[in-house]
Design a protein around this ligand. Structure first.
Ligand code: PMP
Ligand code: GLU
Length: 403
């Protein structure tokens, strides 16, 4: 019998970040020494004080279903976090805890979009936005930005993209993949456009909030009074707290959206894992100084990787202000041929790096910008140094073959 998968899933593109991780794992299984700089995943262990809270939760017999939208104590910790870090006031009915920020985003698309509704995505955007929007019946509308403008969308570009069908704007700041951060003034300028179009809801993905290198302070769209009722703030513990596998994300949202997400989760997951939720109460209530050692390391690694990449001909980098990615423009190499293979686009380039240098990166195509690749520097200094050295050596061979 031939099994026909639903059209909806046939049309769904796989996650490019996770796919690249699979390819790297396969090459490693063949005995190749692959350095993985593809997935955005901290290389730190979850901090001890958070692990201890989880162990205590197991010992205290937390094992039952939790409230679908999260334990009240966790919602209270999230509310305090939003007040402390973002100057946003939410009530418990506005908070929904989910199985990772990815599920929070999926919920939002499902509860707010109808077929044909348009969602503005400034490019580059995080890989999964496009597909999650499509799964909700939405139509992604990509707004191209440039390296010269630090990969940020201008108010003019935003206004030009708005149509009567526009229902949402989704962005991440700090941005995955560019590391750019919208300042308070830049967000205000975007908000000044948005207030003219009351049907548009903003999804502000702030999962990299704490990974900020100090040039542009973090600011939340919902902290503007006139945007509060029209913004969903998405966050989670995966990145700053080194808790990717614990799978906890959350939103602060207008009550109607939170209620709808709760209803959806009630039918789909019954809520997030109970032990992980208990651990996150401890994580969020702790002062940020507890995780500062990781943030300091990312800053050192950012300088290291930028210095190494800027020394390679054909790499043009912006200076990321947050997150742990660089997103260099590598279009210099397009059209060059090596070992009979022509590099026509970022995917060819990224595959070349994987196969020849044994360094896993992600093609910029997945993020809506085909001139770039994404490199994660959530890896040790030794790995970063070795990876960039291998890239440099292999690209020197390309230059020589094409000179
Ligand atoms: N948003 C962005 C911008 C991300 O980079 C990620 C990375 N996974 C997510 C959301 C999803 O986070 P989580 O692991 O909590 O699902
Ligand atoms: N957010 C990470 C990344 O962009 C994790 C992978 C994923 O969830 O797709 O690499």
């Amino acid at each position: 019998m031939s099994i026909q998968i639903s059209e909806r899933i046939q049309k769904l593109a796989p996650s490019a970040t996770l796919e690249m991780a699979v390819k790297a794992r396969e090459l490693r299984a063949e005995g190749k020494d692959v350095i993985g700089l593809s997935v955005g995943e901290p290389d730190f262990n979850t901090p001890e004080f958070i692990k201890k809270a989880a162990i205590e939760a197991v010992e205290q017999n937390y094992s039952s279903y939790t409230p679908v939208d999260g334990y009240l104590e966790l919602k209270e910790a999230i509310i305090s976090k939003f007040e402390r870090d973002n100057q946003i006031k939410y009530s418990p009915a506005q908070i929904v805890v989910s199985t990772g920020a990815k599920q929070s985003l999926y919920n939002i698309a499902q509860v707010y979009l109808n077929d044909g509704d348009e969602v503005i995505l400034p490019c580059p955007y995080w890989v999964s936005y496009r597909e999650i929007v499509k799964l909700g019946g939405g139509v992604p509308v990509e707004v191209k930005t440039s390296l010269e403008n630090d990969f940020k969308m201008t108010p003019e570009q935003l206004e030009a993209a708005i149509t009567p069908k526009t229902k949402m704007l989704w962005y991440s700041s700090p941005c995955n993949p560019s590391g750019s951060i919208y300042s308070k003034e830049e967000l205000r300028a975007l908000a000044d456009i948005l207030v003219k179009y009351p049907q548009i809801i903003v999804v502000s993905d702030e999962i990299y909030e704490h990974i900020n290198y100090g040039t542009t302070p973090h600011f939340s769209m919902a902290a503007f009074e006139d945007m509060y009722e029209r913004t969903v703030t998405v966050n989670g513990v995966a990145k700053a707290f080194a808790m990717t596998g614990w799978r906890i994300g959350y939103i602060g949202a207008p009550t109607a959206i939170a209620r709808a997400c709760n209803k959806l989760q009630g039918q789909v997951t019954s809520g997030a894992n109970c032990i992980a939720q208990r651990a996150v109460i401890t994580a969020l209530n702790a002062p940020i100084s507890n995780i500062q050692y990781m943030l300091d390391m990312y800053k050192e690694r950012r300088s290291l990787i930028l210095n190494l990449l800027n020394a390679i001909e054909g790499f043009k980098c912006n200076e990321p202000e947050g997150a742990f990615y660089v997103y260099p423009n590598i279009s210099h190499y397009f059209g060059k041929t090596i070992k009979g293979k022509t590099i026509n686009n970022a995917t060819d380039f990224s595959m070349f790096l994987l196969e020849e240098a044994h360094v896993a990166t992600v093609s910029g195509d997945a993020f809506g910008n085909g001139n770039c690749i994404r490199i994660s520097y959530a890896a040790s200094s030794e790995q970063i140094t070795e990876a960039i050295s291998r890239i440099k050596t292999n690209l020197a061979v390309v230059e020589e073959a094409n000179s």
